[in-house]
Design a protein around this ligand. Structure first.
Ligand SMILES: *[C@@H]1O[C@H](CO)[C@@H](O)[C@H](O)[C@H]1NC(C)=O
Ligand SMILES: *[C@@H]1O[C@H](CO)[C@@H](O)[C@H](O)[C@H]1NC(C)=O
Ligand SMILES: *[C@@H]1O[C@H](CO)[C@@H](O)[C@H](O)[C@H]1NC(C)=O
Ligand SMILES: *[C@@H]1O[C@H](CO)[C@@H](O)[C@H](O)[C@H]1NC(C)=O
Ligand SMILES: *[C@@H]1O[C@H](CO)[C@@H](O)[C@H](O)[C@H]1NC(C)=O
Ligand SMILES: *[C@@H]1O[C@H](CO)[C@@H](O)[C@H](O)[C@H]1NC(C)=O
Ligand SMILES: *[C@@H]1O[C@H](CO)[C@@H](O)[C@H](O)[C@H]1NC(C)=O
Ligand SMILES: *[C@@H]1O[C@H](CO)[C@@H](O)[C@H](O)[C@H]1NC(C)=O
Ligand SMILES: *[C@@H]1O[C@H](CO)[C@@H](O)[C@H](O)[C@H]1NC(C)=O
Length: 427
């Protein structure tokens, strides 16, 4: 397209604005600024490793997780505006040489139940009478490994490797570890996020419950429920329609239709199932959705808590799923505040929306051209929502081996509406 020059009645305006292709700065037409909502602060920059999960403590400490790959550590703490260091120690972050094994020619993730293999998510629960403020670490036990042909793949999990670890933020020591039997965490499961209800009266054992999403690309997503007192775990809603990916869903990122190009695999679309999870402030309901759907769902926690010994547990759960309708796009991770708003990261819109259970509608919260793939989010006790920006659609894994990301990644934060803050009501 050629440069257009404005002229009025045949007289070329000397210093007239030029309206050129892809430059609308001088147009008289209405334009989309790409932004709305509260002020965004750039709080931290990532220059070493691209992050996935984030959790911010009561004193403002920032923790990040990084799935592996060849990264030297998988759990870190920001020590200044531009650097993070391994957390709680380098020793606990297994070296790259120990992330996977193979048996009879089949690759498996490490079965090490103490060392950190590949951490997907982190979540902080506040200090309570019976517990210190705790950083909960979700280790998938499934790193991405690269074969001799350069093709990446994710080996099956080995029992022990996939685990939940509780780290006390008071003494920076891991004080609890939970692993799963292979009937609950399948070899092709992938634990993507976690929420807690630590109230003593929720379980007989009195130590609270963890609700975990299994997003398994391989096709058996569902919920994993973990009793933190007994260590027992069970599944619910495995392969229920509400937890499955929408097959061949083509999202748009930065205005471009997206297909996944992975070396060694035909061109495909994203395959993750159940991904976003958030618990209501009264602990009665879990909101959730798959990455590739436009629909938001929820289920009463009572239906997740029912033990698998109840023969009607699955049927009752399946019958009690609520479809809250469409929300205007795909959503990645969720968060939630003390007002009961369900925040959803919307990578197609460079935005965060929230669902308001009070009037049954999804609403805009914040949008900005800097929000290029919001990944983890964390609402802290200071009333801010913190989010990781990691440019995920530009990673080599999805772009035929080319790394199209540009440093740095970032932690952005913005103030919540209506004096919303971290949910403190669940113990
Ligand atoms: C867009 O046009 C304006 C006015 O001519 C000019 O100042 C600006 O540098 C241009 N921006 C780009 C990105 O070309
Ligand atoms: C990891 O692999 C990438 C791509 O091959 C390479 O650019 C990078 O330097 C490696 N990082 C480490 C820490 O080995
Ligand atoms: C930030 O911390 C890193 C790691 O400890 C250190 O190497 C770097 O010099 C620090 N940067 C600043 C600006 O303090
Ligand atoms: C996995 O780990 C084993 C043992 O450390 C190693 O020999 C192998 O090359 C690794 N990669 C694959 C793809 O199995
Ligand atoms: C598991 O990881 C821990 C912590 O890094 C390490 O001390 C231990 O030797 C590992 N265990 C095995 C069996 O490799
Ligand atoms: C750290 O705190 C946890 C939880 O309160 C406690 O169980 C553990 O003994 C403490 N460890 C150390 C080394 O102080
Ligand atoms: C647990 O106790 C809280 C008050 O701490 C109460 O609001 C809630 O209804 C109780 N939950 C159950 C399942 O009994
Ligand atoms: C569905 O959930 C409600 C609570 O919201 C509960 O009262 C009801 O018993 C549940 N129904 C089934 C079939 O589990
Ligand atoms: C990936 O890159 C290779 C090498 O440049 C090229 O031959 C192939 O066509 C590319 N595949 C896709 C799906 O873009």
């Amino acid at each position: 397209m050629k440069t257009a020059v404005f002229s009025t009645f045949g007289i070329v305006a000397a210093a007239a604005a030029q309206v050129t292709y892809q430059n609308s700065s001088q147009t008289i037409l209405r334009t989309d600024s790409g932004a709305y909502g509260p002020e965004i602060e750039e709080l931290h920059y990532y220059y070493q490793q691209w992050p996935i999960g984030i959790a911010v403590s009561s004193t403002g400490r920032i923790f990040a997780s990084y799935t592996r790959g060849n990264y030297t550590f998988t759990l870190g703490e920001a020590v200044n505006k531009t650097a993070e260091v391994p957390y709680p120690s380098s020793d606990l972050n297994l070296p790259v040489s120990q992330l996977n094994t193979s048996w009879n020619g089949i690759s498996f993730g490490s079965g090490n139940s103490t060392g950190l293999i590949s951490v997907q998510a982190v979540y902080i629960t506040p200090e309570s009478g019976s517990r210190p403020e705790t950083l909960w670490v979700v280790d998938t036990g499934r790193p991405t490994i690269t074969g001799e042909d350069g093709a990446p793949s994710m080996p099956y999990a080995q029992p022990g490797g996939p685990k939940i670890i509780g780290v006390s933020l008071a003494n920076n020591t891991a004080y609890a570890t939970y692993t799963f039997p292979s009937t609950v965490h399948y070899p092709d499961s992938y634990m993507n996020d976690i929420r807690f209800d630590l109230r003593p009266n929720i379980t007989n054992s009195g130590k609270g419950i963890a609700y975990i999403v299994d997003s398994s690309d391989e096709g058996r997503p569902g919920f994993i429920i973990l009793d933190l007192g007994t260590g027992e775990s069970w599944r619910r809603l495995t392969q229920h329609p509400s937890v499955l990916r929408v097959d061949r869903d083509v999202p748009s990122y930065q205005g471009r239709p997206f297909y996944q190009r992975t070396i060694g695999i035909p061109i495909q679309t994203l395959r993750e199932g159940l991904d976003g999870i958030q618990i209501s402030p009264d602990g009665s309901r879990i909101y959730y959705s798959a990455l590739t759907t436009n629909y938001l769902y929820s289920i009463p926690t009572a239906n997740l808590l029912t033990p698998p010994t109840d023969p009607l547990a699955e049927l009752a759960a399946a019958n009690n799923v609520t479809n809250h309708g469409q929300r205007g796009g795909n959503a990645n991770g969720f968060e939630g505040d003390s007002n009961g708003l369900i925040y959803q990261l919307m990578p197609e819109h460079n935005a965060i929306y929230y669902y308001d259970p009070a009037d049954l509608q999804t609403k805009p919260f914040v949008r900005d051209p800097r929000i290029i793939w919001p990944d983890g989010a964390s609402i802290a006790e200071d009333g801010y929502l913190y989010m990781n920006i990691n440019q995920l659609p530009y990673q080599p894994l999805w772009n035929n081996g080319s790394d199209l990301r540009t440093w740095p990644g970032a932690v952005l934060r913005c103030k919540l509406p209506g004096s919303g803050t971290k949910i403190m009501s669940l113990g």
